[in-house]
Write a protein that binds this ligand. Structure first.
Ligand code: FUB
Length: 312
């Protein structure tokens, strides 16, 4: 009995991780989408394998906190094992709540977006369609590149949008059921140097589209309309030491935060690998083991965003 209690206690403790940057250190995580559901902040990242030398990812964990210090790993929320129509590249996901259910949008095989549904924010999610929600061939749009990095947004009037893409920002209007759309793909204009990792949020009535630029920085633009056109505003996060840059922006308990990833943990765990170019430098190496971080984000009085300073 004593042993059982000690083992249970240790197992519970090992599920909780004390905050720091990176704030998840027992596994590699990337591409964090942060969401607030019922006063709890949830993070939906992708999961870099411990030995990865490519973006070979297979499943997604969910993490949560109520104090920005103690994080709970809820374990695998969804996995490619439960996707009948794809078997590789479980990349950057996102999740949203609507009408009593949680909708988990996930990209696979660098070209398709799926949706999985659960009654709670940490899964386990189930694929109701048994096929992609959208893929580059079904979209009927020529040359809008790959559908990756889905970012979901529900406007105040109840219309839900799903943004996705690499090199081109694509958006669809989701139907009320959140697992189908009206058949049209909108191409969003006004970004500068757009590469990938779209995030959409609204602040004081304005729409903010932020993204990873080809320069490696996170940049943003603003509009009065969720489908644009947008006006480019500037850089809000420097290039990281992780090859890729990917972020999300969320308000929690009155404070705005930016979540992002870097490869500090990988370099710490692998001192034999030289961090050749360091923080924010052009041409940094491209480790496929990344770790999620967060820092506070502030707006200026005119609604523009101040550049986030990454803390260690
Ligand atoms: O994690 C795989 C890919 O790397 C994501 O889809 C991109 O945004 C980049 O972070």
């Amino acid at each position: 009995m004593k042993h059982f209690c000690l083992i249970t206690l240790l197992a519970l403790l090992s599920n909780w991780v004390i905050a720091q940057n990176p704030f998840i250190t027992h596994m590699y995580t990337a591409d964090p989408s942060a969401r607030v559901f019922n006063d709890t902040l949830f993070v939906y990242p992708s999961h870099d394998q411990d030995t990865a030398t490519k973006f070979t990812m297979y499943d997604w964990h969910v993490f949560s906190t109520t104090d920005m210090k103690n994080w709970k790993d809820h374990g695998v929320a969804f996995s490619l094992d439960d996707v009948s129509w794809a078997d590789k590249q479980a990349w950057a996901p996102d999740c949203i709540y609507r009408n009593g259910k949680y909708y988990f949008y996930y990209p696979v095989e660098h070209s398709m977006i799926g949706v999985a549904v659960s009654n709670n924010p940490y899964g386990y999610f189930k694929d109701p369609l048994d096929s992609a929600l959208i893929h580059t061939n079904s979209a009927g749009v020529i040359c809008n590149r790959d559908f990756i990095d889905p970012a979901v947004f529900i406007d105040d009037d109840g219309q839900a949008y799903l943004y996705m893409g690499q090199l081109v920002v694509n958006a669809i209007k989701l139907n009320e059921d959140m697992i189908s759309y009206d058949g049209k793909v909108h191409i969003i204009k006004g970004t500068d140097d757009f590469f990938e990792a779209i995030w959409m949020h609204k602040y004081n009535g304005k729409y903010y589209l932020s993204y990873a630029a080809e320069s490696g920085e996170i940049k943003y633009c603003m509009s009065n309309n969720p489908l644009g056109p947008f006006e480019y505003k500037g850089v809000i996060l420097p290039k990281m030491n992780s090859g890729t840059n990917h972020h999300s922006i969320v308000e929690y308990k009155g404070q705005w935060y930016m979540f992002y990833h870097n490869s500090d943990l990988y370099y710490k765990n692998h001192p034999e690998v030289e961090e050749k170019f360091g923080w924010g430098h052009k041409g940094s190496p491209h480790p496929f083991r990344r770790s999620i971080c967060f820092d506070k984000l502030y707006y200026n009085e005119d609604g523009t965003i101040q550049q986030v300073i990454p803390t260690k």
